[in-house]
Design a protein. Sequence first.
Length: 83
Amino acid sequence: MARIPILQESDPGLTDDQRAFLADAGKSRGRLLNIYRAMANRPPAGRAFSEMVRTVYRSKSTLTPKHGELAYLTATVVNNCFY
């Protein structure tokens, strides 16, 4: 099975874009989750994902936080995603 590297902020081999993505992701969430460490391999894709999450589930959503979480959990169960 292919594995996506989980990048660390302390890695000297990171590009400036990867380092900036990790810093922004950590700052906006208060802590850095591994999903964002994996997405740092492709910062433009990570930024697109972050914008989608903000739009659908967070600040730009018309859903209440409770309903946003319910939609997120329902999609997770329906798709057998156990992350």
